[in-house]
Design a protein around this ligand. Structure first.
Ligand SMILES: *[C@@H]1O[C@H](CO)[C@@H](O)[C@H](O)[C@H]1NC(C)=O
Ligand SMILES: *[C@@H]1O[C@H](CO)[C@@H](O)[C@H](O)[C@H]1NC(C)=O
Ligand SMILES: *[C@@H]1O[C@H](CO)[C@@H](O)[C@H](O)[C@H]1NC(C)=O
Ligand SMILES: *[C@@H]1O[C@H](CO)[C@@H](O)[C@H](O)[C@H]1NC(C)=O
Ligand SMILES: *[C@@H]1O[C@H](CO)[C@@H](O)[C@H](O)[C@H]1NC(C)=O
Ligand SMILES: *[C@@H]1O[C@H](CO)[C@@H](O)[C@H](O)[C@H]1NC(C)=O
Ligand SMILES: *[C@@H]1O[C@H](CO)[C@@H](O)[C@H](O)[C@H]1NC(C)=O
Ligand SMILES: *[C@@H]1O[C@H](CO)[C@@H](O)[C@H](O)[C@H]1NC(C)=O
Ligand SMILES: *[C@@H]1O[C@H](CO)[C@@H](O)[C@H](O)[C@H]1NC(C)=O
Ligand SMILES: *[C@@H]1O[C@H](CO)[C@@H](O)[C@H](O)[C@H]1NC(C)=O
Ligand SMILES: *[C@@H]1O[C@H](CO)[C@@H](O)[C@H](O)[C@H]1NC(C)=O
Ligand SMILES: *[C@@H]1O[C@H](CO)[C@@H](O)[C@H](O)[C@H]1NC(C)=O
Length: 807
């Protein structure tokens, strides 16, 4: 009998355990519904929250529940890459997540709405991150109820707002509510407008635990003058950069003796620099860039007593005549790792004492008037990793930098005197001894020779853009840099054919803007899986495009424009390709658009303009739904403009079919909500201008900056030729993204100009000339405030109203 008791107890506790597990598996219905409702309010183009289906919301991406209560306690939708943002509105139903302690919506896009007031009801919140999430407007005071909040990040919410026609940010009217966040440790309000919150310092001074205060670019404008007592016992970081603070440096800053990082650059600090800086014995970083001190560098000499100092930024500190020579005392700050003295008018030579900074890794002396030879001092800085010397008049002798064996980044571009080595500028011999140098920027350095054998074999990044390198690329020489990933030789005078051997691992190769001749044959075996970007535009290449280019399976960009390439567009493209950009424009290509091109499902930009291509636009192109630029102008394409363009290619921003032989009516295109450039001119189009043209939503307001991204998030350029104001210009990505035009000129269009076109308030150029349009010019055109070019000539329009000319 007695033996049974433990069993009963065991059964009982198992029951309790399973009740607990029962709660923690599968989330609470109200919270699940709240999340579903939240999801419904969001557009999620990259399916980041597609896992939000089914019963157990605790298992959904970004959601975490308490194991005890089963409540949702964490919602983390942080977006790390531009293209993965969810966008939309925050639905009030989110309020049901009462137990939330961690909320991170940073990097998404809540279309210029204010931060919802109800966030102040999340009483258990310890972490709130709304950085760069598309919010503008007044930050609600209700956030002051979050008394357990430890981390608050509202930084980088500034946007062009179309409706308001301007730049809008988050702003605070006052900071009183922040003083109620008594648990706060980390406050980041970079770029939040605090121009009216003049009491910010007093309000923050009552936060007992605060460790980091980041208020850069907040338009603070002034430094509160008097403060009876400094409270900040634990403050480690104070960042007030870029606030245009016009003030003397006030003593109280130097009473915060816990400070380790003090950033005051980008202000108008002036006057005497107090000796009391020496009280900051823990200081590791000091940024005073942009300040003007009474006696220049002599004044700041007390800094040399800060023996923990590792980072010192004194860039753009105007020097008066007393102290324009290089400050000798810098050699005393033995722990210095990073020193920025760029953009000062320091003259003379660099003193040998700088060689005492044996830990120095980053040295920025660019844009000064230093002259003479590079001192023995710099040559002794064995730890140096980055060295920026450009825009000085220093000269290098052969072995000056030979002992800097850790150098990884060397920028001596625009370093004119570098020619002292020989009769013509050439690569200095000591470069060869730099066995660790990874990045070398010698762009715009006036180099003429091609002695690649003098370059270190350790290079991964080599930028030789805009020099006068001529002759041919010796094939074996590239072999000497086996680790090369990035090679930019654009804008030189290279004439010979491209080497058919390239280092395996090469990812980026830019040979554009040279005089390279020959055909495109490329032995691809060793770069097949590495090459991501290949730019050969603006050269004299001839022959056909070989099939081997289709096999570069990681290629994201192929630019072959402005050459003499002939034959057809190769028909070998595979759907395993990663191509984002294909530019074959301005060549002599013939034939049609091959069907296999439609396999390029990731393609964002297709340029085939200025060739002799013919035939209709293939129907299968419908499946390239990522296309944002389709540029087929100046060819001999025929047939109707397919209706599926307006139905399937919903990402289109730029559509140019200019100067072809398209006929028939213009289809409905107004679903293309991102379209900003539409050029259908010089065709045989007939019928009327669709009324729905007034609905292009991207043209109804001023533009948002958009860009193009590599698959790893870096930005690439996608240039294009456009015909505006009577001539053709090359537009860069950033210009394209702000331009807005419709050109339907030189067709057979008839009927009236739809009144609705006047809704396109963001349009900058409208050309309807040389058609058979009749009726009156609609009055609504007067509302198109951005319009710079309006051409309605050579139609049969009657003029009862003339738009007001706006310069
Ligand atoms: C909840 O469970 C996870 C693992 O399932 C564990 O790592 C975590 O510590 C638990 N939390 C609590 C509060 O018990
Ligand atoms: C907030 O998120 C951003 C990334 O979106 C991150 O850089 C930042 O450090 C986060 N802030 C805090 C306080 O963790
Ligand atoms: C904040 O607290 C005050 C009083 O404690 C209350 O009146 C107010 O409604 C609260 N606001 C929110 C958003 O919870
Ligand atoms: C901050 O607001 C003021 C006044 O509203 C404005 O003049 C200023 O340009 C704003 N600053 C920023 C950075 O938006
Ligand atoms: C600051 O206050 C002025 C005057 O009250 C107001 O016009 C302006 O919009 C406010 N700006 C900000 C950013 O709070
Ligand atoms: C210092 O902090 C305490 C409590 O946080 C506060 O009561 C006091 O007013 C603060 N002192 C000043 C000068 O702001
Ligand atoms: C700064 O410290 C000095 C003494 O070192 C003291 O006299 C002064 O009142 C302090 N200032 C503030 C604002 O705390
Ligand atoms: C700073 O303020 C003073 C007067 O307070 C003024 O004379 C000076 O021009 C201002 N400096 C700047 C850069 O705005
Ligand atoms: C630098 O070190 C040398 C010894 O290597 C010493 O003679 C010189 O005084 C030091 N200079 C400075 C400025 O510390
Ligand atoms: C450096 O410039 C100064 C004037 O700024 C001049 O006197 C001196 O001769 C120059 N030194 C050298 C080596 O060019
Ligand atoms: C480089 O190091 C060697 C050996 O330590 C030394 O003799 C030479 O002077 C150094 N060169 C420079 C420019 O410091
Ligand atoms: C090219 O280099 C020259 C100096 O050699 C410079 O003046 C020019 O600005 C550079 N051009 C570009 C586009 O960088």
């Amino acid at each position: 009998m007695g033996g049974r008791t433990p069993l009963v107890v065991l059964t009982f506790s198992l029951a309790v355990l399973s009740i607990e597990l029962g709660i923690s598996h599968g989330c609470r219905e109200t919270e699940r519904k709240a999340l579903i409702d939240f999801k419904r309010g969001l557009h999620d183009p990259s399916n980041r929250i597609s896992s939000w289906v089914g019963e157990d919301c605790c298992a959904w991406e970004g959601v975490a529940c308490s194991n005890i209560s089963g409540h949702v306690i964490k919602l983390d939708l942080r977006n790390k890459r531009c293209k993965w943002a969810v966008r939309g509105d925050i639905t009030p139903s989110l309020r049901s997540l009462q137990q939330l302690s961690h909320l991170d919506l940073s990097g998404n896009y809540f279309t210029h709405k204010p931060i919802p007031k109800f966030l102040g009801a999340f009483r258990r919140l310890t972490y709130l991150n709304l950085s760069g999430a598309g919010f503008v407007g007044r930050v609600p005071d209700q956030l002051g109820n979050l008394s357990t909040l430890q981390h608050l990040d509202l930084s980088y919410n500034c946007y062009w707002v179309d409706e308001g026609d301007g730049f809008f940010c988050l702003y605070l009217e006052n900071t009183r509510w922040i003083s109620m966040l008594t648990s706060l440790r980390h406050l980041n309000m970079n770029w939040v407008n605090l121009t009216n919150a003049s009491n910010w310092l007093q309000d923050l001074n009552v936060l007992p635990r605060v460790q980091e205060i980041e208020l850069s670019s907040c338009d603070l404008g002034t430094f509160p003058r008097s403060l009876s007592h400094i409270n900040f016992t634990f403050l480690i970081t104070l960042d007030l950069r870029g606030n245009d603070i016009n003030s003397t440096i006030l003593d109280w800053v130097f009473n915060i003796t816990s400070l380790e990082f003090l950033y005051l650059g980008g202000n108008d600090l002036h006057g005497f620099f107090p000796d009391s800086v020496t009280k900051l014995t823990s200081l590791r970083a000091l940024d005073l860039s942009g300040s003007v001190f009474q006696d220049g560098f002599m004044q700041v000499a007390p800094i040399s007593n800060l023996c923990q100092l590792q980072i010192l930024y004194l860039s753009q500190v105007p020097i008066n005549d007393l102290s324009g020579s290089f400050p000798d005392w810098l050699g005393n700050i033995k722990n210095l790792k990073s020193l920025d003295l760029s953009f000062n008018s320091l003259y003379g030579s660099v003193p040998a004492s700088i060689g005492n900074l044996s830990l120095l890794q980053h040295l920025y002396l660019d844009s000064n008037d230093l002259n003479g030879t590079i001192s023995k001092g710099i040559g002794q800085l064995k730890s140096l990793v980055d060295l920026y010397l450009k825009s000085n008049s220093l000269s290098l002798s052969e072995d000056d930098l030979a002992n800097l064996s850790n150098l990884k980044y060397l920028d001596i571009s625009l370093f004119m005197d570098f020619c002292q080595i020989g009769p013509t500028p050439q690569f200095p011999k000591w470069l060869r001894t730099q066995t660790t140098l990874r990045d070398l920027d010698l762009s715009s350095a006036g180099i003429k020779d091609m002695f690649f054998d003098r370059l270190p074999s350790s290079l991964e990044y080599l930028d030789l853009r805009n020099n006068s390198l001529s002759g041919h690329l010796p094939p074996k020489i590239l072999n000497m840099m086996p680790r090369l990933e990035y090679l930019d030789l654009s804008n030189n005078k290279i004439t010979e054919t491209i080497p058919n051997w390239l280092p395996s691992g090469l990812q980026y190769l830019d040979l554009s803007d040279n005089k390279i001749t020959g055909n495109l044959s490329l032995r691809i075996t060793n770069i097949m899986s590495s090459l991501q970007w290949f730019d050969l535009s603006t050269n004299n290449m001839s022959g056909e495009i070989p099939f081997s280019y289709c096999q570069l399976r990681n290629l994201e960009g192929l630019q072959l424009s402005e050459n003499n390439l002939s034959g057809e567009v190769p028909n070998c493209w595979k759907n395993s390709s990663n191509l984002l950009l294909l530019d074959l424009s301005s060549n002599k290509l013939v034939g049609g658009v091959p069907d296999s091109l439609c396999n390029l499902q990731t393609l964002e930009s297709l340029h085939l303009s200025h060739n002799n291509l013919s035939g209709p636009i293939p129907h299968c192109l419908k499946s390239c739904t990522e296309l944002s630029t389709l540029d087929l102008g100046h060819n001999n394409f025929i047939g109707n403009i397919p209706t599926w363009i307006g139905e399937s290619l919903l990402s289109l921003k730029t559509l140019s079919l200019r100067s072809n032989a398209f006929n028939g009516r213009i289809p409905q295109l107004s679903s293309l909500s991102s379209l900003r450039i539409l050029d259908l001119s010089n065709n045989n189009l007939s019928g009327t201008i669709p009324q729905s043209f007034g609905n292009f939503s991207a043209l109804r307001s001023t533009p948002m900056y958009h860009c193009c991204y590599f698959n790893d998030g870096r930005v690439y350029e996608d240039d294009m030729w456009l015909f505006i104001k009577g001539s053709e210009f090359k537009y860069t990505t950033s210009q394209l993204s702000i331009d807005a035009l419709i050109d339907l000129s030189n067709n057979n269009l008839s009927g009236n100009i739809p009144e609705e076109l006047g809704n396109l308030h963001g349009l900058r150029s409208l050309n309807l000339s040389r058609n058979y349009l009749i009726g009156q010019i609609p009055r609504s055109i007067d509302g198109m405030k951005q319009l710079e070019v309006l051409d309605l000539s050579r139609n049969n329009l009657s003029v009862q109203f003339l738009p007001v000319w706006r310069p």
